[in-house]
Write a protein that binds this ligand. Structure first.
Ligand code: SF4
Length: 295
């Protein structure tokens, strides 16, 4: 029996899972090529954990944490890749240990969701998975290819629709400014198109902020990629929200964003647009530094 909850590598989870029990089902990311992401670039190497080990950790949490949480998140980068029968076993065990859980969630990239297919996603949903967090990042194929996301807009749309059809909540992440100055228009236009086709439950916006040692930072330093100014990012945010024809909850629950706009679409669209219009009247110097540079 384990003497504590084991965890390998950086702890990374959506802000909405801040109060969740984190039990690793996988370690690292099987893709690990996105040029803007440093989370697992220095390791650990991707690995799917043994079912028995995961169960031991869940049991340890049950015996030691005295139900101080009501949601569970299974890191790391792409738990959707786990064999369906194994993941179903873990989900059933989790529900048995914690029958009053409100939510069980994971990260999943579009290419692996599509590979999983509808039948398996339905099995996973039935066993208890409530929500998948997916990095759409952009709906523009050129941006997706440039940042080596490993999926096209079509794959992203297909994956999003599959998740919803399986009865699992879908949280899509967008990175404002990921197209740089060159593709700012297309980045937003195509992202709006993709999101309108998917209609996810949640849209979470982040602002591109180059991380130390990432390939995309080298492009910025060489001048090949030009980072957007605060006003340009706010304009992207405005155009995104204006163009969305969805029934999603939008969150900007991240420190990278210049302002915080949250709201239900379409009901709170005008309020959010007004907040952005007001922010656009502020001097750009009043926002955070474009490049923080220490991460
Ligand atoms: S799929 Fe996610 S965790 Fe993996 S490299 Fe890309 S952004 Fe990072």
């Amino acid at each position: 029996m384990t003497k504590g909850l084991r965890y390998t590598g950086p702890i990374y989870r959506p802000p909405s899972e801040a109060n969740s029990l984190l039990v690793q089902a996988t370690i690292g990311c099987p893709w690990n090529k996105c040029t803007f992401c440093m989370v697992y670039k220095n390791g650990p190497k991707f690995k799917i954990r043994l079912v028995n080990e995961i169960k031991e950790d869940l049991l340890w949490a049950k015996q030691n944490y005295n139900l101080a949480f009501n949601t569970v998140f299974f890191p790391s980068g792409n738990t959707i890749i786990m064999k369906t029968e194994d993941f179903v076993e873990i989900l059933k065990y989790t529900k048995k240990l914690f029958p009053n859980l409100e939510r069980i969630t994971i990260y999943g990239s579009a290419q692996y969701i599509v590979k999983k297919g509808l039948d398996d996603l339905k099995k996973i949903a039935k066993a208890g998975l409530s929500r998948i967090h997916v990095g759409l990042e952009s709906g523009d194929d050129i941006v997706l290819k440039h940042v080596k996301k490993g999926s096209s807009s079509d794959i992203q749309i297909k994956a999003g629709k599959l998740v919803k059809k399986a009865g699992i909540e879908l949280s899509e992440y967008i990175i404002l400014g990921l197209g740089g100055k060159k593709r700012t228009k297309e980045h937003i236009k195509e992202t709006v198109k993709a999101l309108n086709k998917i209609n996810p439950d949640f849209i979470r916006i982040r602002t591109f902020l180059p991380k130390m040692n990432t390939p995309i930072l080298e492009e910025i330093q060489s001048g090949a990629f030009q980072i957007l100014s605060p006003h340009e990012v706010l304009q992207e945010t405005y155009n995104l929200i204006k163009g969305l024809n969805v029934t999603s909850q939008l969150f900007s629950d991240h420190y990278t964003n210049y302002i915080c706009v949250n709201g239900k679409l379409p009901e709170e669209r005008d309020t959010m647009l007004l907040a952005i219009e007001t922010a656009l009247t502020r001097d750009e110097k009043s926002f955070r530094e474009v490049f923080i540079g220490t991460e």
